[in-house]
Design a protein around this ligand. Structure first.
Ligand code: ARG
Length: 587
């Protein structure tokens, strides 16, 4: 239950007592915060039904509510709006109840679900680049939000480790080093534990291999053949494949760790491959699959379609398995191993058609209900020219360099602001990484997921305004206030006793957390939580500027204000962590 739910129930009771529908008591945040904190507009529809004057009904409800412990003021305005202000005693008690050191008033999903969230989607042998950034940032945040809301969530990186790019790599290496034991068809292992090439070689080889396979039909043929042999299980190729995956995964893990992104599962497309023959037979037997020009296809178009919906190619005419089929098989694999209530995909908007096709195919096959699959697509991070972000030279920027770049810039900014000084090199660098990554993540998350946005590091990195660095700084500041109070022997945080406007405003933001979290959860939109973090930091700033804390003479007020500071710090840090932001201890 959120605060608005509680208030709606109380006002609903008053409607019921007037012989009217309880649901009319729905309470929302006031449109005019200068006049009220909350309002209920239920008297207007009630008047229509009861054929009465809405102001009269509103007044009757207001009379019933006046004098209850929850409200200090209930008045009727305009055509029949009921304006509500909470009593200080009620507000104080609510804040006290939220100050539990754990949930801070956060909402809990009444019927928790078991969820798989598929995000990241990096490809083996290709270094992570900025295109993978949004999936990682948004996915990590949603994973944490859902988990905190009570769901049982498994995050899966879903590696792109299967398909043609693997055949391209193998055939490229074979041309370069034909004598490697992996290519000896007469051998079937064992193969060396050490990879035959380094990660650097692998990353150099990939673009060469992929370009060659595009430009030269003979090379494309070699790549396709190698892919097919790999998929059919040729031991030397499997061993090479394993080396490639291991090298890549080690590098990816480092990059993701620097972004504070963590996966529960490191499975990939290849893990679904063993299911394909069985699924193909089943789908054929039940006539879900048809043959077309030697390929096995599933038609997913529907009569109601307004756009073109091409069939998916499950197995191509050469017998190779593509991206659609591995996604179908992965759903079956997840169903068998984890049996989730829902599978979420955090993948960019360009794959909307792909997921629509896959979701329809599994529904048609009876493998998994379409309505339990969600493609949470996102827009593009663009450069200042409005086109997808590139390096100055026009290439895609590696994530590694990107993280270094934001860290460096954060270091400069910290210095300019006289922050993080005299802490020693290791701590300073770690603070810079946290600030840089927070700037990037918050900028990304604070835009609605489905919008494109423009990468503007100077704006993201500012210590004022709605930015990651501002929020980290706010968190550090709350902690330093509490620290200062401790050193000044100002006593412990105590029971909340609200008396000032700035305290009321802060309390209302704190108590709005449950509603915010529910909306963020239901819409799968972290920007709503970003707005909350910013409101909270701002409300605290105003409170801190207008209310004495350590030097407040009245010990009850002092304890209450320290209490407000402590719950604000707790909730702010919680919200930051749900966004995937790591606040430094000090700055
Ligand atoms: N590896 C894919 C790519 O780079 C993204 C994978 C997304 N997840 C999925 N289940 N298809 O485009």
């Amino acid at each position: 239950m959120t605060l608005k739910d509680d208030l709606s129930a109380i006002v609903g009771d008053a409607f019921a007592a007037e012989g009217l529908d309880r649901g009319l008591g729905a309470v929302k945040t006031a449109d005019r915060p200068d006049l009220a904190q909350f309002q209920c507009n239920g008297a207007l529809p009630a008047a229509k039904v009861a054929k009465k004057n809405p102001r009269e009904i509103a007044q009757a409800i207001a009379d019933r509510l006046a004098g209850t412990a929850e409200f200090s003021e209930v008045s009727v305005a305009g055509p029949g709006f009921i304006n509500l202000k909470l009593s200080d005693a009620f507000l104080s008690a609510q804040v006290d109840a939220a100050n539990d050191g754990a949930r801070y008033g956060g909402w809990l999903h009444e019927t928790p679900e078991k969820i798989v969230i598929d995000y990241g989607g990096p490809n083996v042998a290709k270094p992570l680049h900025v295109g993978h950034l949004r999936a990682a940032i948004i996915g990590e945040s949603l994973k944490r939000i859902l988990r905190f809301s009570g769901d049982e969530v498994t995050g899966d990186v879903h590696l792109g480790d299967w398909g043609l790019q693997m055949g391209q790599l193998i055939s490229e290496l074979k041309l370069r080093q034909p004598d490697l034991v992996y290519f000896d068809a007469a051998q079937s292992g064992p193969y060396p534990d050490e990879p035959p090439i380094s990660l650097k070689d692998l990353e150099e080889m990939y673009p060469v291999a992929s370009a060659a396979s595009k430009a030269d039909p003979a090379r494309a043929d070699l790549a396709r053949k190698a892919t097919k042999e790999l998929q059919d299980g040729r031991p030397g190729y499997r061993a090479l494949w394993k080396h490639f995956v291991d090298l890549s995964v080690a590098a990816m893990k480092k990059d993701y760790a620097d972004l504070d992104v963590e996966f529960d599962l490191w499975k990939g497309e290849a893990d679904a491959d063993p299911l394909i023959p069985e699924l193909t037979d089943d789908l054929k037997a039940r006539k879900v699959i048809e043959e077309s020009d030697g390929a096995q296809i599933i038609r997913v178009a529907r009569e109601s379609d307004k756009k073109e919906m091409p069939p998916i190619i499950f197995v191509n005419s050469q017998g190779a398995v593509g991206y659609h089929a591995t996604d179908v098989a992965t759903i079956v694999d997840r169903k068998r191993t984890l049996d989730p209530d829902r599978i979420l995909y955090v993948v960019d908007a360009r794959q909307r058609l792909h997921f629509e096709q896959v979701f329809r195919a599994v529904e048609q096959a009876g493998y998994y209900p379409e309505e339990q699959l969600e493609h949470l697509w996102f827009g593009t991070m663009n450069g200042k020219d409005g086109k997808p972000f590139k390096t100055r030279e026009g290439g895609t920027l590696k994530l590694r360099h990107f993280i270094d770049m934001v860290t460096e810039r954060a270091l400069e900014r910290l210095k300019e602001n006289g922050l993080a000084e005299g802490y020693g090199e290791a701590e300073t660098n770690e603070i810079a990484r946290q600030v840089g990554v927070a700037a990037l993540k918050f900028a990304d998350l604070s835009n609605p997921r489905t919008s494109d946005y423009i990468f503007d590091l100077d704006r993201f990195m500012a210590f004022e305004g709605k930015t990651g660095p501002y929020l980290l700084y706010a968190s550090v500041r709350v902690r330093s206030v509490l620290e200062k109070a401790k050193n000044a022997k100002a006593g412990d945080p105590g029971a909340i006793k609200i008396t000032e406007d700035a305290e009321r405003d802060l309390a209302l933001v704190l108590l709005n957390f449950a509603d915010v979290l529910r909306e963020t959860y239901e819409k799968r939109m972290p920007h709503i939580l970003c707005d909350h973090a910013f409101s909270l930091a701002q409300a605290f700033s105003k409170f801190y500027a207008s209310c004495r804390m350590v030097d407040e003479a009245d010990p009850e007020k002092r304890a209450s204000r320290l209490g407000l500071a402590s719950i604000t710090g707790g909730q702010l840090d919680l919200v930051l962590s749900l966004l995937g932001l790591d606040a430094p201890e000090r700055m």
